[in-house]
Design a binder for this molecule. Structure first.
Ligand SMILES: Nc1nc2c(ncn2[C@@H]2O[C@H](COP(=O)(O)OP(=O)(O)OP(=O)(O)O)[C@@H](O)[C@H]2O)c(=O)[nH]1
Length: 272
């Protein structure tokens, strides 16, 4: 098998920063990951790539095309659809070998993860090339600091999970920026069942009966199926990065057939 993380999430949620953090972390522990930029609108990022979709097509190219007359959003969708029409380019350029591990930095347009089919088509193609794929869906923690926003964040992640239909790890980013009080609040949310979170929000904000009933029902569904879990990520803490990477590795079954020395080279006794 080959392995891959597709790093998704709304604009500004921290996808490129996450890729850079994981790339640095893996370099430090001597683990090989291959970084791929799949964002045709990317302007700058801070990690070395083995492949960049802008070599095929970029939003700038499309916007400069006088026949197309597309704005930034339309141009991005055009680029992703063009990529899907040229998936053989992606396969040939990736040229994946057995046990290779890729991290794909994806664009931030949320419609790519809800109703447009392109991300799903890319996932399906990767699967057909023997990739074990996991969506790593990032949400800025600042957007889930109240009960109803937390539920909305869970629904956003859920809509991506339904649309993409791949194993998913949902991540709360920018934890390092939170005050102690807000860190505690996020910890409380993560440890509490979704229904109780709704009750907390309902009391604090005095929701009307209709709103309360709707949110309770949504919370009950999330709770009953236990479908959306979040993992907090503090990029300043190695332990937090390690923990997340381990969860993702387990999700895509990476390392089950690898020797420990290949997966955690730094953990090995040099005399062994
Ligand atoms: N302190 C801190 N800042 C972060 C973190 N993640 C992202 N940021 C900042 O948030 C902003 C957006 O981060 P990006 O990594 O560019 O987000 P993105 O999701 O790739 O954005 P798009 O490509 O526009 O979709 C930048 O200013 C980052 O420096 C984090 O974990 N901690």
């Amino acid at each position: 098998m080959k392995y891959g993380q597709l790093v998704m999430g709304p604009a500004g949620s921290g996808k490129s920063t996450y890729c850079s953090v994981i790339s640095n972390h893996c370099q430090t522990i001597g683990r090989q990951v291959r970084m791929v930029n799949l964002d045709p609108a990317a302007e700058a990022f801070n990690y070395p790539t083995v492949l960049d979709v802008r070599e095929l097509i970029s939003v700038n190219d499309v916007q400069e095309d006088e026949e197309l007359v597309l704005g930034p959003n339309g141009a991005l969708v055009f680029c992703m659809e063009y990529l899907v029409k040229n998936l053989t380019w992606l396969r040939d350029e990736l040229d994946p070998a057995e046990d290779d591990y890729f991290i794909f930095d994806c664009p931030g347009q949320i419609e790519l993860y809800s109703h447009l089919p392109v991300m799903r088509q890319i996932v399906d193609a990767l699967r057909s090339w023997d990739f074990n794929i996991c969506s790593v869906f990032l949400i800025d923690t600042h957007f889930v600091l109240e009960a109803e926003k937390f539920i909305a964040g869970a629904l956003t992640a859920l809509s991506a999970m339904v649309a993409i239909e791949s194993p998913a790890v949902n991540v709360l980013t920018k934890m390092d920026l939170l005050s102690e009080r807000n860190k505690q609040l996020v910890d409380d949310f993560l440890e509490t069942d979704t229904r109780s979170i709704v009750e907390m929000g309902s009391e604090a904000a005095q929701w009307n009966e209709r709103h309360r009933a709707l949110t309770r029902t949504i919370a009950q569904v999330l709770e009953d199926y236990s479908i959306v879990k979040f993992i907090p990520l503090n990029c300043e803490e190695e332990e937090s990065i390690d923990q997340l990477l381990l969860t993702i590795d387990t999700t895509i079954q990476y390392g089950e057939d690898l020797e420990t020395k290949d997966r955690y080279p730094d953990e090995m006794d040099p005399d062994e």
